[in-house]
Design a protein around this ligand. Sequence first.
Ligand code: DX5
Ligand code: ZN
Length: 225
Amino acid sequence: MVNTRTIDIAPSILSSDFSRLGQEIEAVERGGAAIIHVDVMDGHFVPNITIGLPVVKSISRTTKLPVDAHLMISEPGRYAAQFVAAGAKMVSVHVEADVHLHRTLASIKAAGGEAGVAINPATPIVAVEEALDFADYVLVMSVNPGFGGQQFIPTSLDKVRRLRRMIDERGLNVRIEIDGGIDRTNIAEVVAAGAEIIVAGSAIFGAPDPQVAVRDLREATVEWV
Ligand code: DX5
Ligand code: ZN
């Protein structure tokens, strides 16, 4: 099964140099990135504040790649469709932050985007079981959301495996994205477990050459795909 999947590398710009954001994005494009991952944090759902709609709008105009807005915000239903309107092709919201998840996912799709549901490390996958029918992808957090550069939580591997099984058994076309602590040493394992969209921040933008870092990550998955 794993062999037939397309593996996409999604650099997280959180660890990039924002003063040269356009060039940083061009570098990862040249390295073969498939998606640009943008972390939106509100200082309420997570203990950090990052960027929002205006930056998503600028990035979407600059890059040909799909922009993936990862909303780590409370009440995401108030904003999700606005991120699609700002140019994000993919928008994910946290299951822990939204009591009206179905409505929010529907609003993303109605606006023309792909709808994702994100899930924290300690949230059981049963929490997204119903939402699988309404989502295009599930974002499995392999660190606690809020900051780049944290260590991968090893139990995330089994979580991805179980989620993969749940999706495949139901014959659903839902992709699995994984986010947090991914680098050259563990990317092959997360791909083997069933993840298809691989987010990496510090492993790419913390490297001397982000273009080379993306290429290295892609090569590190080849033995498994
Ligand atoms: C964390 C963010 C991640 C982060 C990943 O809350 O959702 O996207 O940028 O960074 P690394 O790859 O450094 O763990
Ligand atoms: Zn993220």
